[in-house]
Design a protein around this ligand. Structure first.
Ligand code: F6P
Length: 319
């Protein structure tokens, strides 16, 4: 292995830059040339592939987003598109590829490997929904962004003694809702992995008011449905003043937390180690704070589950 490339794909996540930096710096450290692909698989098909020097990744460890840009590429989903991508990789004499992204991006990496091109994945998504790894890059920052917002909402919620419904991202996973709900003492956390009972939510809200709480916070994961619609249901059942905040893409931006920077640095370097060891078709994962490489197939055969002990704990602590 003499020359490797790195790309970021799918929804960006804070810490992706730290992961790019780790791939570039550890690649150079081990005597490899490192190239960056611009705009994910789109750039791969178009041959937008540029050398990344040690200094080109300076001053980015603390920045959100991705200096390589990201895209969701339709053409890459076709066999023809993927063949074009492999041709470009060969033309640029690249020997291995690091794909930083979510599960959709990993399925793309796996297809490249099936065409004979070694590719490994680094899990980068705020959703924390990739099976096989305890954490993904960007999740911790997103949770911290959410709790920062909820702390602010709390102030006004208390002043006006209102009930707040806050919709958070996560696609089909409830991790962001669960962790931010526990960290912020939300009265109710609605996640797609555990169907909710509206009467139970209402009962808990009533109980909270009766026990002297001045406001209520309900966190709804986007995978459960619309926060606005849920607030309507609450209003019908309880005559309380309700407001809704949909946090949206604010959750994807910002400077990565120390946890995400360290995770990204470790994972980026591990991806280079995997390629150097001749591995392919694998993703980097963190399991019990140890970095491992696991087969994409193994990861795809599992189903991501949030930590339901946290869910139960949040219920107990929010009475
Ligand atoms: O996967 C990250 C994520 O932010 C999800 O939480 C969300 O459902 C989706 O991407 C939004 O995608 P887009 O930026 O394309 O609207």
């Amino acid at each position: 292995m003499k020359r490797i490339a790195v790309l970021t794909s799918g929804g960006d996540a804070p810490g992706m830059n730290a992961a790019i930096r780790a791939v570039v710096r550890s690649g150079h450290y081990h005597g490899l040339e490192v190239y960056g692909v611009i705009r994910g698989y789109t750039g791969l098909i178009n041959g937008d592939i540029r050398p990344l020097s040690l200094r080109s990744v300076g001053d980015i460890i603390h920045r959100g987003g991705t200096i390589l840009y990201s895209a969701r590429c339709k053409e890459f989903q076709t066999e023809e598109g993927r063949k074009k991508a492999v041709e470009q990789l060969r033309k640029h004499e690249i020997d291995g590829l690091v794909v930083i992204g979510g599960d959709g991006s990993f399925r793309g990496a796996q297809k490249l490997t099936a065409l004979g091109f070694p590719a490994v994945g680094v899990p980068g998504t705020i959703d924390n929904d990739i099976p096989g790894t305890d954490f993904t890059i960007g999740f911790d920052t997103a949770v911290n962004t959410v709790i920062d917002c909820i702390d602010k909402i709390r102030d006004t919620a208390t002043s006006h003694e209102r009930t707040y419904v806050i919709e958070v991202m996560g696609r089909n996973a409830g991790d962001i809702a669960l962790w931010s709900g526990l960290a912020d003492g939300a009265e109710s956390i609605l996640i797609p992995e555990s169907p909710y009972d509206l009467d139970d939510v209402v009962r808990r809200l009533k109980q909270a008011t009766e026990s002297g709480k001045k406001h209520s916070i309900i966190i709804v994961a986007e995978g459960v449905g619309s926060g606005v619609e849920f607030a309507e249901k609450i209003k019908e059942k309880l005559s309380v003043e309700t407001r809704v905040t949909v946090l949206g893409h604010v959750q994807r931006g910002g400077s990565p937390t120390a946890f995400d920077r360290v995770l990204a640095s470790r994972m980026g370097a591990k991806a280079v180690d995997l390629l150097r060891a001749g591995e392919k078709d694998k993703m980097v994962a963190i399991q019990n704070n140890k970095l491992v490489g696991i087969d994409f197939d193994e990861a795809f055969s599992m189903k991501h589950q949030p930590d339901m002990e946290l869910y139960d704990l949040a219920k107990i602590l929010s009475i």
